[in-house]
Design a binder for this molecule. Structure first.
Ligand code: WTA
Length: 658
């Protein structure tokens, strides 16, 4: 691929939505966007009151917001059961019989759940969970693949006021165990296995290994996706129960009553924990609360995807990441949208799978990641060319910076020059999209994430907090709290302050670098802290390093990113081994397998390099910038890089600059 992210500096192309698209869009022109944006900043209370009118509140807020940083509250005093906005409110309208979820399994079977059916399943599961002792405030871990039951499980927790912690199905047993122990989850909801590229991911087996070391887990609920032939499992008596058995016993009257007319919770009631990587230490349990999060997910989904009753909307993210939470579950369902859910890999059984799904179901809005787009480019245009993509009307990108070449391919080959592209920038911590274009209003520029969403006071600043000039690179920060922001890190409020609110007084630091051009468009470069974004997966260098040093042969390790044409960034690790141990291919393999086990296969290093010592400053800090240069091939080491590298020479040359 010829262009790099840097080529975005020279990018001058722009594309405007067609008149046809704009005429039917919710935000039709720049003036409408500006007027609403102005209101959202100057009178946020009026803006959010108006924009959340169709959500269900049992008691209205008495004060819109109050904050003493880093803590903020929104919709103060409001009471709600969030699932009523996603389910119950649709039962009295013509949304009732509309598909909420159209699911396609990797082998090709499909299932549809209407809003009526989704509501019924959520009520049944929440009643059954109540009978098994689940109460408001409990933590429930969910370790599932992409099946409708994962959505049912999340909503059933939310209905009961139990805080869900979804753990991505690609995480290892160890990673699951740590996340369960960190939040002391009482119940684990999982499934026997899931299909991934023709293979069975044995989720229950992996869960068993985790639960052997999680004393807080009282019950494991197992959804049967595969059946005993494809994926036999062992059920532990007294602890494990099949999902179908759980639902086959009629729930008690009291629990059913409570599930049908659920309790209303405070606006700030914790809704979910989602673990994500930071620049130091163990994963952070990002905690989101109820009303503000729902409001953010609802309003962004509505305007950015311009959702209409005729749409079939497909977000290809996994439910285990924040994109799955906000844009598979809470955002689209609170808007009554019909969502496609696909279980498997994009190249199963062949690289045409996504396009086949679009043709088969008539998908109109596609929301995916740059890494996927770059993989599609590599697989060749003959795959999309085989299918009818004329149903598509809007495309979205998320998760990492998109290079202009990938953007243009997405526009020309998938969107057939007809579909606007929204490149949405946001984070697990922001809960909802912060930067985007409005598809019917704004011209788009390949590689730019556009403008601030409503209510978002965002800027690019220098180290001391003063705004950068046009096209000047700096740190991306948010100046004021916003409704869907994370409320804290579960069990570690001090770290919440330290990680986001301590760099510059009174502002939220995103960890990203960016610039803003002369039209006010943002161009996000990527992380400038020690967090990597490998194929759209957020990986903390500290986590990789601590996993590596837990390997018996490793003395010291440093993980850095290196530009990669397919994955955006590739993970390179420099390792020094304990005395006398040889750094050979067998050791590389062993270290890779160790990461699979400690974190998950998606975090496996792309390159393992052995060094006799790591370059350090006089104060003992590893010189990461130097290692990044070595990894990228900018700086050469003297040693033979395939065996042992002499990095000390470079360290001496560079001095103590970091
Ligand atoms: C990066 C995913 C450029 C960014 C929703 C951010 C992006 C991190 C974009 C958050 C985008 C996300 N353009 N970079 N459109 N979207 N990022 O928490 O570095 O998994 O800080 O949330 O992904 O990753 P997270």
């Amino acid at each position: 691929m010829s262009d790099k992210i840097e080529s975005r500096l020279q990018e001058t192309r722009r594309f405007s939505p067609s008149k046809k698209f704009s005429d039917s869009a919710k935000i039709k022109n720049v003036d409408d966007y500006k007027a609403l944006y102005k209101q959202s900043i100057e009178d946020p209370e009026a803006f959010w009151r108006e924009q959340t009118r169709d959500l269900v509140f049992r008691a209205p807020f008495t004060k819109f917001s109050e904050w003493t940083l880093p803590h903020a509250k929104f919709f103060v005093g409001a009471k709600l059961n969030l699932t009523e906005s996603c389910l119950d409110r649709h039962l009295t309208t013509d949304v009732r019989n509309r598909a909420a979820i159209i699911w396609e399994g990797e082998p090709g079977e499909t299932r549809t759940l209407t809003y009526f059916e989704l509501h019924r399943e959520v009520v049944r599961l929440s009643a059954a969970l109540t009978d098994h002792g689940v109460k408001a405030g409990d933590r429930i871990a969910i370790y599932m693949g992409m099946v409708p039951e994962a959505v049912v499980a999340m909503l059933a927790c939310a209905r009961l006021g139990a805080t869900h912690s979804v753990v991505f199905g690609g995480f290892s047993s160890e990673a699951l165990r740590d996340r369960i122990n960190d939040c002391q989850a009482k119940v684990l909801i999982t499934q026997d296995g899931a299909w991934r590229r023709g293979n069975v991911v044995p989720l229950k087996k992996l869960a068993d290994a985790a639960v052997a070391h999680t004393p807080s887990i009282e019950r494991v609920v197992v959804f049967s996706r595969m059946g005993n032939d494809a994926c036999p499992v062992t059920m532990t008596e007294g602890r494990d129960i099949w999902w179908s058995d759980l639902l086959s016993h009629p729930a008690s009257e009291a629990s059913l009553k409570n599930a049908r007319s659920p309790e209303a919770f405070d606006a700030e009631h914790p809704l979910f924990i989602l673990y994500t990587s930071g620049s130091t230490g163990k994963p952070k349990g990002v905690l989101h609360s109820t009303a503000g999060y729902l409001a953010g997910a609802h309003v962004t989904a509505k305007y950015i995807f311009d959702l209409k009753p005729t749409d079939l909307y497909w977000c290809t993210a996994d439910i285990g990441w924040v994109t799955g939470h906000s844009y598979i579950v809470y955002g689209p369902l609170s808007n009554g949208a019909s969502c496609l859910l696909y279980e498997g890999a994009p190249n199963a059984p062949d690289p045409g799978r996504f396009w086949k799904i679009i043709e088969r179901h008539g998908v109109t809005v596609l929301y995916t990641a740059p890494t996927a787009i770059r993989a599609f480019i590599r697989w060749g245009n003959e795959w999309p060319a085989k299918y009818d993509l004329s149903s598509l009307r809007l495309l979205g990108s998320v998760g990492e910076p998109i290079n202009p070449e990938a953007w243009m391919w997405y526009r020309n080959i998938i969107g057939q020059e007809r579909c606007p592209i929204v490149d949405t920038w946001w984070q697990t911590e922001t809960g909802a999209v912060m930067l985007t274009t409005m598809p019917g209003a704004h011209a788009t520029k390949p590689g730019s994430t556009g403008l601030p969403f409503f209510g978002v006071d965002i800027d690019v600043v220098k180290d001391r907090g003063e705004s950068c000039g046009a096209n000047e690179g700096g740190k991306l920060i948010i100046r004021k709290p916003w409704p869907s922001m994370a409320r804290t890190l579960y069990g570690d409020d001090a770290r919440f302050h330290e990680a986001y609110w301590s760099q510059m007084p009174g502002v939220y630091f995103t960890g990203d670098g960016a610039r803003r051009d002369e039209d006010g468009y943002f161009w996000v470069v990527g992380r400038i802290d020690d967090v990597l974004n490998v194929a759209g997966h957020r990986i903390g260098t500290a986590e990789i390093e601590s996993a590596l040093v837990s390997h018996p042969a490793v003395a010291e390790a440093a993980a850095v990113g290196k530009p990669d044409e397919l994955k955006g960034q590739a993970l390179v690790v420099f390792v020094t081994l304990k005395g006398g141990i040889k750094g050979d291919d067998a050791m590389k393999k062993s270290l890779g397998e160790h990461i699979d086990k400690e974190i998950g296969k998606f975090a496996r290093p792309d390159q393992v390099r052995f060094a006799d010592a790591l370059p350090k400053t006089r104060s003992g800090k590893i010189m990461r910038r130097l290692l990044r240069d070595v990894a990228a091939g900018v700086a050469e080491t003297r040693g033979d890089t395939s065996t042992l590298e002499d990095l000390s020479v470079l360290a001496t040359l560079r001095g103590d600059e970091e």
